[in-house]
Design a protein around this ligand. Structure first.
Ligand SMILES: Nc1nc2c(ncn2[C@@H]2O[C@H](COP(=O)(O)OP(=O)(O)OP(=O)(O)O)[C@@H](O)[C@H]2O)c(=O)[nH]1
Ligand SMILES: [K+]
Ligand SMILES: [Mg+2]
Length: 364
């Protein structure tokens, strides 16, 4: 039996099985099995083939945003509208057959926007160019799921399933579980709080299925067994996602209002250029990039020429962005802004920076 049939079989069994206390372990195990098969599907062992499968587009700029959606929802129209790049747009499906990069200049940052071919149901299993599109999506800092406002709900669900199936987790934190495989000593299981969605027994059964008999596990949050499997398999991508409903010129104002209130959602019309400014603003918020302004002693900072860094960046990251040798001669830095307890605060290399901080480096 091929891997696809195995997957189909387990999926069928999951949907046949009623969800209740008695079937809890059985279902948990089935889901762990499913995750295992999908893993095998994505990373065929031995032969190369999976590698280099994506479209080779160089990363450039400060961040990368990938446009994912069914055919003809308006992905290329959006790229052509927001960037100087033209990507062919047409009323027929699968107009775009490869990855087309464009650049959005916003708040002093260069954001790479990638137009991609439309994907369809079954993409994660290799239908159409789905696998390649998804491979690119994994490399993005933000995913935009573009939807046709007329058929958004169904499309949204299907796309989420496709991305989920290949280990992409949208708008979710990495589960707070410590896991380490060991050479001996059996399974050591602990949790820092009472667990309501998973249990030691469940974890043992799952590990058994993966033929793991020695490991250390510490649940630091009330996670589910699915989340444990995610940590166990390890190659999950936790990415922010924005849902963009396009073609709102085609639906009623009440419907526009309803869609606009959903979380992580922006409604637009690319053809009519409606709400695109708000889309850029929300995109920027979801990327959560930091703008850091440096200054020399006795001089004013240059607010037109900031450095762009990622969330979680420290003083050390700022140094590296300026030049790779700066951190070596670093004594301390003075920081003005939201990350400082008082302005200026004297900080070390590990100081976490905030958006729009001003920094002055003092050398040894
Ligand atoms: N009514 C309406 N039509 C739009 C809007 N934006 C795009 N379209 C139309 O939708 C059709 C498809 O647009 P594309 O940009 O080619 O869509 P795509 O998602 O790139 O499609 P593929 O590359 O085939 O996956 C074109 O005929 C566009 O003119 C919009 O805001 N409103
Ligand atoms: K199209
Ligand atoms: Mg297109």
């Amino acid at each position: 039996m091929g891997i696809l049939e195995k997957i189909a079989e387990v999926e069928a069994e999951i949907s046949r099985t009623q969800k209740n206390k008695a079937t809890e372990y059985h279902l948990g195990l089935l889901k762990a099995k499913l995750a295992k098969y999908r893993q095998q599907l994505l990373e065929p062992t031995g032969k190369a083939g999976a590698k280099g499968e994506g479209f080779d587009v160089m990363k450039s700029g400060d961040a990368r945003v990938a446009l994912i959606g069914f055919p003809s929802v308006g992905k290329s129209t959006l790229l052509s509208t927001l960037t100087k790049t033209e990507s062919e747009c047409a009323a027929y499906e699968f107009t775009t057959l490869t990855c087309i990069p464009g650049v959005i200049e916003y708040a002093g940052a260069n954001i790479q926007l990638l137009d991609l071919p439309g994907i369809i149901e079954g993409a994660s299993q290799g239908k159409g160019r789905g696998r390649q599109v998804i491979a690119v999506a994994r490399t993005a800092d933000l995913i935009i799921i573009m939807l046709d406002a007329m058929k958004g709900e169904k499309q949204k669900e299907l796309l989420e399933q496709e991305l989920e199936a290949v280990g992409i987790r949208l708008n979710r934190e990495k589960p707070n579980i410590y896991y380490k495989q060991k050479k001996g000593g059996g399974i050591s299981f602990n949790s820092t709080l009472p667990l309501t969605k998973c249990s030691e027994k469940m974890v043992q059964l799952i590990l058994h299925q993966y033929k793991i008999f020695n490991a250390e596990i510490l649940f630091k949050a009330d996670c589910t067994s699915d989340e444990f499997v995610d940590v166990l398999l390890g190659n999950r991508a936790y990415l922010p996602c924005l849902y963009v409903y396009n073609k709102i010129d085609q639906i009623s104002i009440e419907e526009v209002d309803r869609l606009a209130r959903k979380p992580h959602t922006v409604v637009v019309s690319c053809n009519m250029k409606l709400n695109l400014d708000y889309l850029l603003e929300t995109m920027w918020e979801h990327l959560a990039l930091l703008r850091i302004y440096t200054k020399k002693r006795g001089e004013r900072p240059d607010f037109d020429d900031g450095l762009i860094l990622r969330t979680g960046a420290t003083c050390e990251h700022v140094c590296h962005t300026i030049h790779r040798t700066i951190a070596q001669g670093f004594k301390y830095a003075l920081v003005w802004g939201r990350s400082a307890k008082y302005s200026p605060q004297r900080v070390g290399l590990h100081h976490p920076m905030c958006d729009e901080d001003v920094m002055q480096i003092v050398k040894k």
